[in-house]
Design a protein around this ligand. Sequence first.
Ligand code: ADP
Ligand code: MN
Ligand code: MN
Ligand code: MN
Length: 393
Amino acid sequence: MLPNVATTIRPSRASVANMAEECKMDASVLDKFMSLPVSGKIQAEYLWIDAIGEVRSKCRTVDANKAKLGDLPSWNYDGSSTDQAPGEDSEVIIKPRAVFRDPFRPTGDNILVLTDTYTPGGTPLPTNTRAAAMEVFDKKFPESDAPWYGLEQEYTLFNLDKITPLGWPAGGYPLPQGPYYCGAGADRSFGRAISEAHYKACLFAGLEISGTNAEVMPGQWEYQIGPCVGIDAADEMMVSRYILSRVCEDFGVHVTLDPKPIPGDWNGAGCHTNFSTEKMRKAGGLATIEQAIRRLGAKHEEHIIAYGEGNERRLTGKYETADINTFSYGVANRGCSIRIPRATDAEGCGYLEDRRPSSNCDPYVVTSKIYDTTCNPDSKELDIKAKSVEQVA
Ligand code: ADP
Ligand code: MN
Ligand code: MN
Ligand code: MN
């Protein structure tokens, strides 16, 4: 059960930071135990998505020969402690959907098990956006084979006070943006150890992580998941976010996916979503890409609503974003809602980049919505409205 907030004395932010400092334990002592060999059994860390889109987990022992997706049991957790079920009927059922190696228990064949959430009656929870996304992807629209996604996850690191971005002077500001993007040096790169640890951990897990870079705002970083097909993109994104939380926990650093963590002249954080179908990737695919973009333009407001909370603070038309109220697209233009990469334009095929989703977006919602809008044959009626969507210079 959640504690009654009214009777709980809330610790201040500073004292939370102190508590975390005191809780830190000697990792080299832990290593002695983590490297103990175990046979016949493995540890399976079950991951699920909570009421606010964050990943929680708990662990169970599984027979080593039962560690495959079809063999892993469903399980449950106390949904009354996550605001996802009432106390008198508190069980949320979790069903395994994808399995990865566990980078936090590297000795042995331990696994991370991504699940989704159901009532005891078998209905997906309202927060189970994966189930809804699966319904869309299962439609397998004609001529829309192998929808590929490349998701660029930006994130911002903070001290444990949750006020000071990593590397920033307490109560002040660093030098203006410019040197930080992809920069090297102790005066401009803050948190590289986290980016590196996360990258390796994702590779170890078996995720399709395709790269990483330091961002424009100091203390802000990005990594890319993909290309992944269909539902895998969002599954892998959620697991990579979980790994990021765990890595930051180990380093005693706070990570946020807030789309505009520092107001003013500092870049926000997005989750650019790169997308293509088989047809778009083949010779002559540019026409299909442009049609898809115009369809996205015809449903701009609907997509914006689904693209993350607080995104209006980020999509201002400045700092490499397009204004939230105006749809636009262009070649190599980072001030547009949708960018056609230069190479795609030159080669006449490739992919599009939807730059609107915010860093805290729900990737199940975003990826399935793009698929539905651009590939659903019913969207043909959209094309009348879509005709008026024009490319900017
Ligand atoms: P940007 O230039 O916008 O910073 P990135 O290199 O950060 O782009 O990310 C591009 C992402 O798009 C990568 O994850 C890459 O794997 C993915 N990608 C590449 N080709 C395709 C494609 N045809 N369809 C979908 N995603 C793609
Ligand atoms: Mn990028
Ligand atoms: Mn970026
Ligand atoms: Mn991008």
